[in-house]
Design a protein around this ligand. Structure first.
Ligand code: 5GP
Length: 138
């Protein structure tokens, strides 16, 4: 079954598009976390970061940069968050890979909590985590 984003891309469901090329679209998120909150979505349906091809993900990011410049020009936000939820536990609700581009006007207009939840880690704990990730990358 196709995702709601595929239906938007196929123009079966309306959305406020701001960008389109052969591979990617960008349209306003129906839930405007802040003024101009935009989603950048590949036309081809990939569930998440684990299935989207690297080159396509790179193009999605390139479009997110373009959209960020446009948002800056249009609304003059004080900053921008770019984020992608992957997996239900991370907050993903539409299982079609996408980036959120969220202009920020105030520190408190969106709540993210990236505080240090593991302040008791030793140097060895960090070393071991880095070692495991490096091993997985090679
Ligand atoms: P996720 O939670 O998967 O990271 O983000 C999905 C986003 O899609 C949500 O922010 C939600 O508001 C948005 N969304 C869901 N359904 C629609 C829709 O029909 N139209 C638009 N424009 N956005 C949608």
């Amino acid at each position: 079954m196709s995702t709601i984003f595929s239906k938007i891309i196929a123009k079966e469901i309306p959305a406020h598009f701001v960008y389109e090329d052969d591979l990617v679209v960008a349209f306003l998120d129906i839930s405007q976390a802040t003024k101009g909150h935009t989603l950048v979505v590949p036309k081809a349906e990939f569930r998440d970061i684990f299935s989207v091809p690297e080159d396509l993900a790179a193009h999605v990011m390139k479009v997110a940069v373009k959209v960020s410049h446009a948002l800056q020009k249009a609304f003059e936000p004080a900053g921008i968050n770019i984020l992608s939820n992957n997996g239900e536990k991370s907050g993903q609700t539409v299982f079609h890979f996408h980036l959120h581009v969220i202009p920020r006007y105030e520190k408190e207009d969106v709540k993210f909590s990236l505080k240090n939840n593991m302040s008791n880690l030793s140097l060895d704990d960090y070393k071991e985590r880095a070692r495991l990730i490096k091993a997985a990358l090679s």
